[in-house]
Write a protein that binds this ligand. Sequence first.
Ligand code: AMP
Length: 303
Amino acid sequence: MNPDALFPKGVSVVASNRVSSLRLALPNKGRLSRDTRALLADAGYDLTAVSERSLRVRVDDELEVLFVRAQDIPELIQDGLADVGVTGWDLVVESERPLVELLDLGFGRCRLVVATTQDDSATSAMQLRPGSRVATSFPNSARRFFETKRLDMRLVDVSGAAEAAPYLGIADVIVDLTSSGETLRANGLRELETITESTARLVCSKSQAERAEVKALALALESVLRARTQRYLMANVPVRSLERVKAVLPGLNGPTVASVAGDSGFAAIAAVVPEKDVRKTISSLRTLGCVGILVTRIERLVQ
Ligand code: AMP
């Protein structure tokens, strides 16, 4: 990829100091950009003061961030202009670049699907009329899907809003992203099959995957993602109930138990509990006579 294609005139990318720091490519707009920035902030890389219009930011000695279009990130990494990046898996697959997935970030969930009009009798891709026109901005993924099924379709490249193509009479079928399905329904379309399940991923080229800085970034982000789904719970437990309390608190490696000063008849426990189980756990602990129950968020959880 020619770096000049990504940045306005006068912004030099290749000529900057590379030192041994990591160059991270992030989406420059939209939901994916906001969720990624929030994740990085939670991992200690604060980009909140960075304008959405910034192109390049040096976070510290170890990290430089490039803000580019999400669809350019796979190529940018494969060509060595960025070491690592965050983008949608749908775009990685579409790029046909052999990138390494370091981490599934869980957000930006969507699916690339084949959809047809409500009045079409087809209930699967195999039942689509041979030679149907397929509007898509994912030509590589669509071509591969239909080739695998040995279906002869005519692809119509559109740059976006493929959902409007059947209505406009330029296609019979579409291959496009969907999340809630509302846009498909609103355009009189019906999903037939999923081609790619996607979420945002941290990716790098094969040559970067074993680099210590890349692994450290993946570990930092992973520890934040894991912590978001867990809570730290503390409570004072009647010593007589301790064994039963241990049974309701599996924690990471079982609860930590400490004695309480004086002969109070209580022990202090602490454990990591999945967020989804907190309410049920509190209720069980109260039944067992626990007092002073405290639940806090965890910033990072490294395993
Ligand atoms: P939906 O929620 O199914 O109505 O999707 C709304 C629109 O957002 C559709 O046009 C999709 O192409 C697009 N979309 C949904 N999820 C994503 C995503 N994770 N990344 C990019 N585009 C998306």
